[in-house]
Design a protein around this ligand. Structure first.
Ligand SMILES: Nc1ncnc2c1ncn2[C@@H]1O[C@H](COP(=O)(O)OP(=O)(O)O)[C@@H](O)[C@H]1O
Ligand SMILES: [Mg+2]
Length: 600
């Protein structure tokens, strides 16, 4: 990966990023102001200590006063400074975590609202790295805000004290300080691209890990562990390489930044010591001066660090903003039309595709001038070769994508005129592979309606033919499924998905290859479940096996982007050669898949 790719361009994009940060921080004005006020108290406490020390040395020692009194005063000032330091830090973290979670919520809501086409183009790994690493950078910057402001106040106060008490000495002692700042800035300028490169490499590594873990069955199934391992090694090496680059920059700058302040101290001892001997300066003055000088070093470095943090935060904000400013290509219409209610006579569940053309981002047309009418309550099987666009039909009906041209209607209403939430409640799809969430069986079934009562969940499971096996699970309906939970077989997952669709109680049901993950022996049971669900409901069945196709009253043959034949299964089989061919090819496919399943 070249660094140029990930190097942020300072310009309008960064300005947009800062604008976003200002917007978020504005909501936290009060909290941040609190942090600054408390930080200033800390500065006051810190700055007073050398003054008290000086008074202690000059009056307590030389003029035989009460040393104990000054020691007590210094202790009090120290405790106050410590107290405010803790408080300042706490507020800094409280506010920065708030910024982080507020941005995280915005990002998550926005990502969920974006159209599927966006998710097609963007890798999950990148999005994850955006979400966690970028928000971490921003948090790291916000936490510095109260600390840095009080540091600046302290630096100014100390400089004023030094310059007004010992102008000559101060000028000499402070002379190296601008160089510290210069070096710190050069440092942060040089380290910035290196840090970005590390981030980018880490994102790539995360991507490889994610791919290998979520695809572990494929990886193992093809004995490709070594290939994935090599990929991982390469990414890990890349990280090491860019990290070493960053370490080189650090080791070039940091020793100088450490050494420069000591030069000032030497000057103080040389010149200041003479002044004390000549009686132009008290010992207390010298000690206080020296203490003040050392007090400047950490805040100055800290301010330099904040600059570096700020640059990283700017880059992170830019990327976050890039996501946030992506408009969803598919959104609710300004004036949505409502679907006819269930009580009304217009409620039918009729679906029409008229003259529909569509292609994905690569521009290749998948559907061209397709026409299909599904009568209310009718069930239609869509049959076509793999890749002919069957699933695409379902995606278009849900408005995951918009057609390039042509219209799709539901109950006579163009689906683009419907609110997305209403459309997607009205159309339920059982996809080829069922995603189970890391939650209980009951919650997985009631996904469309988390308030569904146990009765409804159970009767849906019964209809889907899932009730029996659910009762046999370790904790029945309360068994936790998903990645870190109990694993179900393909057929069981599919029945959960069907139960999920029954709870949703849609006007239109799409069964997309609902039996593909199931071996033929089990398919019978699911077929029964499907018959129950389909009764009286407009249904599109995307299927390969004749027995499943037979569940539907009509068959539509999809070929070269359009419906080339429509009718009853037996009729098509007798009259359409293409139909016979497609079915035969799929039988062969299924046989091979079954062999694989058995082999597994
Ligand atoms: N998200 C996508 N981006 C680009 N092309 C896609 C996408 N999904 C599917 N395709 C392509 O569209 C065509 C139809 O796919 P699909 O509708 O899934 O076929 P089927 O379900 O009939 O097997 C295929 O050529 C496929 O490669
Ligand atoms: Mg498909």
């Amino acid at each position: 990966m070249s660094q140029a790719e990930s190097h942020p361009q300072d310009g309008p994009a960064t300005a947009e990023g800062w604008k976003l940060l200002r917007k978020v921080l504005r909501e936290q004005r009060t909290g941040l102001l609190q942090g600054v006020v408390i930080g200033l108290m800390w500065s006051a406490g810190k700055v007073s200590i050398p003054q008290l020390f000086k008074l202690g040395v000059d009056r307590g020692i030389e003029q035989s006063g009460s040393l104990l009194f000054w020691a007590g005063a210094i202790t009090c000032a120290g405790i106050i400074a410590g107290f405010f330091a803790g408080w300042r830090r706490w507020i800094g973290f409280r506010e920065s975590r708030w910024t982080e979670s507020s941005l995280r919520e915005r990002l998550f809501t926005h990502l969920q609202g974006l159209h599927i086409g966006y998710h097609d183009m963007t890798q999950t790994g990148q999005l994850m790295s955006r979400a966690s690493s970028d928000l971490g950078q921003i948090q790291g910057f916000v936490v510095m805000i109260p600390i840095t402001i009080s540091n600046v106040a302290m630096v100014v106060a100390v400089m004023v004290i030094l310059l007004s008490s010992q102008p000559m000495l101060a000028i000499i002692a402070l002379a190296p300080l601008p160089f510290i700042n210069l070096a710190a800035r050069r440092f942060s300028h040089d380290i910035h691209p290196a840090v970005l490169a590390i981030q980018a490499e880490q994102a790539e590594l995360a991507n490889v890990v994610e791919e290998s873990v979520s695809g572990i069955r494929v990886v193992k199934g093809f004995g490709a562990e070594a290939t994935q391992m090599r990929k991982l090694e390469k990414e890990a090496n890349d990280i090491r390489h860019v990290s070493l680059g960053a370490a080189k920059i650090r080791s070039k700058f940091l020793p100088g930044i450490d050494l420069l302040p000591s030069i000032g101290l030497i000057a103080v001892l040389g010149i200041g010591g003479h002044r004390v001997i000549n009686g132009q300066m008290s010992v207390g003055d010298l000690v206080a001066f020296n203490t003040y000088l050392t007090m400047l070093i950490w805040p100055l470095r800290n301010i330099g660090m904040t600059v570096a943090f700020g640059q990283r935060a700017a880059a992170a904000l830019m990327r976050v903003n890039e996501v946030l400013s992506t408009e969803p290509a598919i959104a609710d219409p300004p004036k949505p039309v409502a679907l006819p209610s269930r009580a009304s006579s217009a409620f039918t569940g009729a679906v029409t595709f008229s003259n529909v053309s569509f292609g994905y981002n690569n521009g290749q047309e998948v559907l061209s001038n397709l026409d299909l009418v599904i009568q209310p309550g009718e069930s239609v099987a869509i049959v076509g070769a793999t890749g002919s666009g069957k699933s695409t039909l379902a995606r278009l009906l849900l408005r995951f994508y918009d057609t390039t041209s042509g219209d799709i209607t539901l109950d006579g209403i163009d689906i683009r005129q419907l609110r997305l939430s209403e459309l997607r409640r009205a159309v339920a799809v059982v996809f080829e592979d069922t995603l189970l969430f890391n939650d209980t069986v009951a919650a997985n079934i009631a996904f469309s309606d988390p308030n569904a009562l146990q009765d409804r969940i159970e009767s849906a499971a019964r209809l889907a033919g899932a009730h029996e096996f659910i009762l046999e699970l370790p904790e029945g309906y309360n068994t936790v499924l998903g990645e870190r939970g109990y694993s179900l077989s393909g057929g069981q997952r599919q029945r959960i998905a069907i139960a999920r669709a029954i709870v949703a109680d849609p006007r239109v049901l799409v069964l997309d290859d609902a039996t593909s993950a199931v071996d033929p022996a089990k398919e019978n049971e699911i077929r029964e479940a499907m018959t129950t669900v389909m009764r009286g409901r407009t249904t599109l069945v995307i299927a390969h096996r004749p027995a499943t196709i037979a569940l539907a009253s009509k068959v539509a043959l999809l070929d070269e982007g359009r419906i080339v034949a429509f009718g009853e299964h037996a009729h098509l089989l007798a009259t359409n050669a293409k139909y016979g061919e497609v079915l035969a090819a799929q039988e062969k496919n299924i046989a091979e898949q079954t062999n694989q399943l058995v082999g597994e």
